[in-house]
Write a protein that binds this ligand. Structure first.
Ligand code: HEC
Length: 394
């Protein structure tokens, strides 16, 4: 078992690396889509050039020309954009190992959902990540370029099945991160297995003076399009697992679907704005996004009144905190996963509980996000009692 202090450092550095690579990946993806739409035609462009763009940034002027197929001869130095995607996946996978696999009992498993051992939970994770890609890839090949709309519906259905499946196997956080990992893996594998290899085939054909098979380009473009629409949902999936009102919700798979639909709609709105569509043509997307958001707010709104109406004494509440929270939330946690109180939250006294009232309401009363993975076996009645007591505190 890796020392919790060193694991924390590793976690922080991997998270940093993951963010750096992810920003670079999504940044280049956004940039090239915007660039593509800003290209303009004019008389006198070199043969094979479909459009050009002038840009100004950082004190310099850039003049970019896009060749529709390929230039007559390739330059010696050609910049490929692939390491951003690969490194985002590698750092993300290592972060999954450090945070979720090494602490499976705390972060991945919830015995009330499914009593898995750590080995089982990790095996399911690895198989589902690989299996998810295989199913997605086969769907794309099967429906290929003939049924693009049906394919998109199938991809959404696949994500819905993944969301339902993961939320019925893992803890809330474990499930949310796995939907994110599933989508992110698909995106990175699209780059690694389809977009870049097809691009290489095109380049190789051109070097030999042959006409490249247009299917290679079309396949790459289709995967690229999927990636474009998945960028915003995957970002929200990755950060949403810090929000107990999402991950701790009993029907959280519906919230995952709302994230996918809302995020993709927002991306569509941004893409169409870049294409130059009139606002009156695309403004209908805004109420759709608003409605998705409103639905999510309604679904996650906590019940107004405490579910427990009986007497709850200070001693009762202290006993609940001692039994269910203090193994982690203490200055010196007994739980070996943690070297200090998580997020500095200690719950050892009544004053501690009063101080953290709003957060405890969100984490442990209105949602079942705490105790983490319900490692200490908190019952619904205890949640209601804790809620009733907290509601009486100033
Ligand atoms: C198995 C260990 C463990 C147990 C038991 C546990 N927690 Fe936590 N708690 C954590 C961890 C880890 C975090 C930090 C989560 C994160 O980084 O998002 C946390 C965070 C919190 C936070 C801060 C949330 C935030 O957004 O900053 C609150 C409040 C909380 N726990 C309340 C409780 C309560 C109340 C109990 C008992 C009913 C409890 N926890 C039991 C591990 C635990």
């Amino acid at each position: 078992m890796i020392d919790p202090f060193l694991a924390d450092w590793l976690n922080l550095l991997l998270r940093w690396g993951h963010m750096i690579a992810g920003i670079a990946w999504i940044g280049t993806s956004f940039y090239f889509i915007a660039l593509d739409f800003s290209l303009q035609k004019r008389e006198g462009l070199p043969a094979g050039v479909g459009g050009e763009a002038w840009e100004v940034h950082g004190g310099g002027f850039y003049h970019v020309q896009k060749y529709l197929s390929a230039p007559p001869s390739l330059p010696d130095h050609l910049t490929w954009f692939k390491w951003e995607a690969y490194l985002t996946w590698v750092t993300g996978f290592l972060l999954l190992v450090v945070q979720y696999y090494l602490n499976a009992e705390s972060f991945l498993i919830d015995p009330a959902v499914l009593p898995l051992t750590a080995t089982e939970a990790i095996a399911i994770s690895l198989l589902s990540i690989a299996g998810g890609w295989i199913v997605y890839d086969q769907l794309c090949r099967l429906l290929a370029l003939r049924h693009p709309t049906l394919l998109i519906l199938c991809v959404i259905l696949l994500i819905a099945i993944a969301a339902y499946g993961f939320t019925h196997v893992y803890s809330g956080r474990g499930a949310f991160i796995h939907v994110g990992v599933f989508i992110g893996t698909t995106m990175a594998a699209n780059v690694f297995m389809v977009i870049i290899p097809n691009q290489r085939k095109i380049v190789a054909a051109l070097m030999k003076g042959e006409r490249p098979d247009p299917r290679h380009g079309a396949m790459g473009k289709q995967r690229s399009l999927h990636n474009t629409y998945l960028t915003l949902p995957v970002l929200l999936m990755m950060v949403s697992n810090h929000y107990a009102f999402l991950t701790g919700h009993p029907q959280s798979w519906i919230l995952i679907l709302l994230i996918v639909v809302g995020g993709a709609s927002l991306r569509h709105y941004l893409v169409r704005t870049e294409v130059g569509d009139e606002q009156r043509e695309i403004a209908w997307l805004l109420p759709v996004i608003g409605a998705v958001l409103a639905l999510a707010v309604v679904i996650t709104t906590p019940a107004g009144k405490p579910a427990f109406t009986g007497e709850v004494s200070d001693a009762d509440v202290l006993a609940i905190a001692q039994g269910r929270c203090v193994s982690c939330h203490a200055a010196k946690p007994a739980d070996t996963t943690f070297s200090e109180a998580p997020k500095g939250v200690m719950l050892e006294s009544l004053d501690d509980l009063r101080r953290h009232k709003p957060m405890i309401m969100v984490q442990a009363v209105n949602n079942a996000a705490m105790p983490l993975g319900n490692k200490t076996g908190m019952t619904p009645e205890e949640r209601a009692r804790l809620g009733a007591w907290l509601a009486r505190q100033p």
